[in-house]
Write a protein that binds this ligand. Structure first.
Ligand SMILES: N[C@@H](CCC(=O)N[C@@H](CS)C(=O)NCC(=O)O)C(=O)O
Length: 134
């Protein structure tokens, strides 16, 4: 059973999970919600994500919420193409990038933060690949 991602086109939190799925080349099924229409408040969706926000990942019936936790889950559950370096010092250097996109700061990275620099980089093949598919 493929991974299922509940997401929306306008959500940066959902976008970072899609980037992780693409980087790891994982097959996934799309459940596209319209935040404008209020799909996130649908009682059936609230059973999966009581916070009424996207993204939500379902893996073999197991529900994972919170974008950063979803990415960490994916990286541990599917070790191919790891998102984090294995060498401890390099992991330490990468940690601020990961922590600046923690759930509480989703979409609120400061102008100087590493995640913002990465997001504004011109070469972002994974997001382009995702857009091409839609
Ligand atoms: N901490 C959550 C935040 C999720 C979140 O705020 N998602 C926004 C889109 S980026 C959302 O679904 N908003 C819908 C609403 O507020 O009604 C995460 O990182 O997954």
């Amino acid at each position: 059973m493929p991974l299922k991602l509940y997401h929306s086109t306008t959500s940066v939190c959902a976008m970072k999970v899609r980037l992780a799925l693409e980087e790891k080349a994982l097959a996934w099924e799309s459940e596209l919600l319209s935040l404008q229409r209020g799909d996130q408040h649908d009682p059936a969706y609230l059973k999966l994500n009581p916070n009424g926000v996207v993204p939500t990942l379902v893996d073999e019936g197991r529900v994972v919420i919170e974008s950063t936790l979803i990415i960490e889950y994916l990286d541990e559950a599917f070790p191919q193409a790891p998102l984090m370096p294995s060498e401890p010092y390099r992991r330490a250097l990468a940690a601020p990038i990961s922590s600046s996109s923690r759930p509480t700061s989703c979409g609120r990275a400061s102008p100087a933060s590493p995640i913002r620099r990465i997001a504004s980089a011109s070469a972002f093949p994974s997001s382009r690949a995702w857009r091409r598919r839609r």
